[in-house]
Write a protein that binds this ligand. Structure first.
Ligand code: NAD
Length: 463
């Protein structure tokens, strides 16, 4: 039996470890966190995160070979392998503020491992980190005078929230970076064996440490770049009467381009894309590559532009003012099938509309508690309403900000009847049947497609 510890019971630690535990019943897994409320939730029937399939896998493993705890020191002492999946947000202070990764949680964890270890261990970076962080980690850990040896591996996590369990069960690849030394190679092999319980060997890639660390940043940069690219094209589509879905379909048929991640939207969100690109930008600057830094920074700037453009379009279409108008925001999560609202475009749009003095009501099937927390600086300016029908009642406009499939099933005739006229739909995810909505009487504004509206010249009904 191997004692495996994961430090950090967030989205990554909390959704990866139960899957590994379910495939490795002979090993014992403990997940620890400094956040007591989070650990209490992991031990209850109300898990702290919503992720399809997570409840089942936790109930299969919890109390058998998977345990949640706040006693980090004790479990560090017992562990043979330690995964570290603590948060690595963007630095908000000092040198590199707004770009570099804030590694304070990371370094504290390294020191805590050092203080509480009485045996040699493998330490696995699961968090996303700047390139060469493993080197700093090795230096801290191997500075000990207890004669202990620590092998540091990089095993970045590629799961996507909303499909985390499916991604873990059937990953495209597992990436493990390690040192080219005898003990480094042995450590890599131990981790490979763990994953090989269910992942075919040819999908487990091993590289040097730095390639592994960099690959995670690059993967997120490339994914986000696809979204920013198609979003930039959505802007020109709106000016030219081209249709961004038709363009995406036409170019995506080219195998060299591929059809995934070509859906125009109000923008990307989530805790990772922005943070990881800015981290890459910072690294490029640090290594004297300003042209490369500017290239990747543009992906983030394009995303900010798209969010701002969407909100500005709402205001312009609603006769250049939304002051005092009730607007129902459908969706708070940064994407469907998650309760996560970190960096959600819905929150950015919400803030802009509040600056314009709109009366905002926000609805979402799973993410309202998180949204309320993220927007708490705005006090009681926002109404949170789980029922989308109630949210839309007496509203001038609906904005679709998360692509929840539930929103395609609503009775839009009933919604239309309950709204102030002229009634507007701004579909930031191109989710709904626009023609049908138009026929019901709505003025419809998709992303990257011609608007379907009865209004011309600001409010004069067309014949
Ligand atoms: N969320 C994702 O989709 C995703 C995907 C791939 C990689 N990542 C990366 O994984 C890392 C974790 O992301 P997350 O979304 O799980 O973050 P999270 O904020 O949900 O979870 C991190 C947890 O670590 C805990 N923590 C911080 N310091 C600690 C300490 N010293 N001891 C014990 N616990 C501590 C926090 O309390 C928190 O619960 C980040 O580096 C992120 O970039 C995230």
């Amino acid at each position: 039996m191997t004692n495996i510890l994961c430090i950090g019971a967030g989205y990554v630690g909390g959704s990866t470890m139960p899957v590994i535990a379910s495939h490795c019943p002979e090993h014992r897994f403990v997940i620890v966190d400094i956040n007591e409320a989070r650990i209490a939730a992991w031990q209850s029937d109300q898990l702290p995160i919503y992720e399809p399939g997570l409840d089942e896998i936790v109930s299969q493993t919890r109390g058998k070979n998977l345990f949640f705890s706040t006693e980090t020191d004790r479990h560090i002492a017992e562990a043979d392998i330690i995964f570290v999946s603590v948060n690595t947000p963007t630095k908000t202070f000092g040198h590199g503020a707004g770009r570099a990764a804030d590694l304070q949680f990371w370094e504290k964890t390294a020191r805590q491992i050092l203080e509480n270890s009485t045996s040699s261990k493998i330490v696995v970076e699961k968090s996303t980190l700047p390139v060469r962080t493993a080197e700093a980690m090795e230096r801290i850990l191997n500075s000990n005078t207890k004669g202990l040896h620590f092998d540091v591996l990089s095993n970045p996590e590629f799961l996507a929230e909303g499909t985390a369990i499916r991604d873990m069960q059937n990953p495209d690849r597992v990436l493990i970076g390690g040192r080219e030394t005898g003990s480094g190679r042995k450590a890599v092999e131990r981790l490979v064996e763990l994953y090989a319980h269910w992942v075919p060997r040819d999908r487990i890639i091993t590289t040097n440490l730095w390639s592994s660390e960099l690959s995670k940043l690059v993967a997120n940069a490339f994914l986000a770049q696809r979204i920013s690219s198609i979003n930039s094209i959505s802007a020109i589509c709106e000016k030219t009467e081209a249709d961004v879905s038709e363009v995406a379909n036409a170019i995506g048929r080219d195998e060299r381009i591929g059809r995934y991640f070509l859906r125009a939207s109000v923008g990307f969100g989530g805790s990772c894309f922005r943070k990881d690109i800015l981290n890459l930008v910072y690294l490029c600057e640090h290594y004297g590559l300003p042209e490369v830094a500017r290239y990747w920074e543009q992906v983030v700037l394009m995303n900010e532009y798209q969010e701002a453009r969407f909100a500005a379009n709402m205001v312009a279409s609603m006769f250049n003012t939304v002051a005092g108008k009730r607007i129902a925001l459908f969706g708070a999560a940064f994407k469907a099938h998650t309760s996560d609202t970190r960096e959600s475009p819905a929150l950015a749009v919400c803030r802009t509309l509040l600056e314009e003095k709109a009366d905002i009501v926000m609805t979402d099937p799973y993410a309202l508690d998180n949204a309320c927390q993220d927007l708490q600086d705005l006090g009681n300016q926002i109404t949170y309403e789980p029922d989308p029908y109630a949210a839309a009642r007496n509203a001038h406009a609906i904005a679709i900000l998360t692509e929840w499939p539930q929103y395609t099933q609503l009775d839009y005739e009933r919604i239309y009847q309950s709204m102030v006229k002229p009634a507007f739909v701004f579909d930031g995810r191109n989710l709904l049947d626009h023609k049908k909505l138009y026929e019901l009487g709505f003025n419809v504004y998709p992303i990257g497609k011609p608007a379907l509206t009865r209004l011309v010249n600001h409010g004069i009904e067309a014949a």
